[in-house]
Design a protein around this ligand. Structure first.
Ligand SMILES: [Fe+2]
Ligand SMILES: [Fe+2]
Length: 204
């Protein structure tokens, strides 16, 4: 099945992808999802790719200031804005999938995955595991490191120290763990952690 299958969904999602670096995060997550699907042919390609493509649309309709005050703050995992971006994302996904002619069974599974993609720590299915892993993988890349250092006001060294344990703790599939380890090794090497990986400074 060609990638043009999803072009109408990309077009419908486009207005929502300008929030919170989602025009970078979402295409990257989609690319990771395609790589994970190569290792997991038993998963449902449409469900996984559509869920990844649409999962963060809710950020576009959540108040920007609340994102910075709550979503990156100390209580970030429980914050109301995180729950709101899941709820709104699920609603927008249902609208887009209905408008672009996807069957109700696909729509319902995608909506259920998006509704808990951030705050639900358990995965509902293999499809859900691949969506959660694809969503997380960018944080180990140079791009994700750069953006997260800005968001959290830390150096790459501090950020990578915090993020590396998530490979074992939070990723569901070995395929994702392998990609994460390779991304992190690349990040450390290219960003010259031998010289610049200090952990006591705050980026400005
Ligand atoms: Fe999200
Ligand atoms: Fe995401």
């Amino acid at each position: 099945m060609g990638e043009e299958t999803y072009d109408a969904v990309w077009a419908a999602a486009r207005p929502y992808l300008r929030a919170r670096k989602n025009d970078i995060h979402v295409p990257m997550a989609f690319d990771y999802a395609e790589r994970l699907l190569e290792r997991h042919p038993e998963a449902d390609r449409d469900v996984v790719l559509l869920a990844v493509l649409l999962h963060d649309n809710g950020w576009a309709v959540v108040d920007e200031e609340a994102i910075y005050a709550e979503a990156f703050g100390p209580a970030m995992m429980e914050s109301e804005v995180r729950i709101a971006h899941e709820r709104e994302g699920a609603r927008i996904a249902a609208e887009i999938l209905d408008a672009t002619g996807w069957p109700p069974a696909v729509r319902d599974e995608v909506v259920e995955i998006i509704a808990g993609h951030d705050t639900r720590t358990e995965a509902l299915s293999r499809n859900d595991e691949l969506v959660k892993d694809a969503d997380a993988l960018w944080r180990f890349s140079i791009t994700g490191t750069a953006i997260a250092c800005d968001w959290f006001g830390v150096t790459p060294g501090v950020y990578v120290d915090r993020t590396e344990p998530q490979i074992e703790r939070r990723l569901f599939t070995e395929a994702a763990r392998e990609i994460a380890r390779a991304e992190l090794a690349h990040t450390r090497r290219v960003l010259r952690f031998d010289l610049l990986g200090d952990r006591d400074a705050v980026s400005s």
